[in-house]
Design a protein. Structure first.
Length: 297
């Protein structure tokens, strides 16, 4: 069904005459009559019946007019939703890793709650692979992901990527053990100094283990990955307890009992991204969030 024909029928239900519909919509009475007749042919239902010198809607016509009201409202909402100049509104579903949510997204949520109350943001905490699967399946609108420069992710077809920030990472070790690294000037040498320790990986992202095993191979040993956690707080707790060593960001103030040794030659960097389905970022609500995320980064 063409929405224009539904509009004629809906207006007829409101104003009661073909002439009034024609005046309301800037058409001729003949056009209104023809379009409603074509709508009746499409539906296979009698929509009008004589009423004196005019017409009125049949029960089927009234039911279709009610459907037309809902359909046309949805079309208008969709048109407004896709208008780049429209006021941001609606629900944006965001999945991302905890650090990105805390560091970048939460301040944006607080700002937009005051500036754009018609905009709602749903937050889901997921590691990159999990978030990307949800994005590709259409279950979310925005994925906040990361990768390490030494373990880059393959490109996802049909996905737009916006880099947000880069953070250097190092090796978190018990503070008392930090002198073991000595004056080593390269990452392999630092890791080699802790070859006899147990190691801590990420329970939900293979990239951490890939990086650690790459460094260990450069240093000529095979590490023992004994513990796994996707929580940096828990990684620190494990290090303080002397249960292992693991990767930590250098811009994160270490807790008492933990030292973070920089890794150089090669250096280790985490790169954070905002990822969206191609063509979707023009949606005003999503475009606004992306703009604020870039500003924050």
């Amino acid at each position: 069904m063409e929405t224009r024909r539904l509009q004629y029928l809906l207006e007829l239900s409101r104003v009661g005459s073909m002439r009034a519909v024609a005046e309301q919509l800037g058409a001729t009475t003949s056009t209104v009559s023809q379009q409603i007749a074509m709508l009746a042919a499409e539906t296979g239902a009698q929509l009008l019946e004589p009423d004196g010198r005019g017409v009125r809607l049949t029960p089927a016509g009234r039911r279709l007019a009610e459907h037309a009201r809902v359909i046309l409202a949805a079309v208008d909402a969709a048109r407004l939703d896709l208008d780049p100049a429209a006021e941001p509104s609606g629900t944006v579903r965001v999945a991302g890793f905890a650090t990105a949510i805390r560091r970048a997204l939460m301040p944006v949520i607080h700002e937009l709650a005051l500036e754009h109350p018609a905009l709602d943001i749903v937050v889901l905490e997921h590691e990159p692979a999990e978030a990307m699967k949800k994005l590709a399946a259409g279950h979310i609108d925005l994925a906040l992901t990361y990768e390490y420069n030494l373990a880059p992710e393959p490109p996802w077809p049909g996905i737009d990527t916006l880099q947000l920030w880069t953070t250097p990472w190092g090796l978190g070790v018990p503070a008392a053990s930090a002198p073991l690294a000595g004056a080593e000037a390269n990452a392999a040498g630092v890791l080699s100094a802790f070859r006899g320790h147990d190691w801590i990986g990420n329970s939900r992202n293979q990239a951490d283990e890939t990086v650690l095993r790459t460094f260990a191979a450069m240093a000529g040993f095979e590490l023992t990955l004994r513990h796994q956690s996707d929580s940096l707080d828990l990684v620190e707790d494990l290090i303080v307890a002397g249960l292992g060593v693991g990767l930590l960001p250098l811009d994160r103030p270490p807790v008492p009992g933990v030292s973070i040794i920089p890794l150089e030659n090669p250096g280790l960097q985490l790169r954070a991204f905002a990822r969206t389905v191609q063509g979707r970022s023009s949606w005003p609500a999503l475009a606004l969030i992306l703009d604020r995320l870039v500003r924050a980064a």
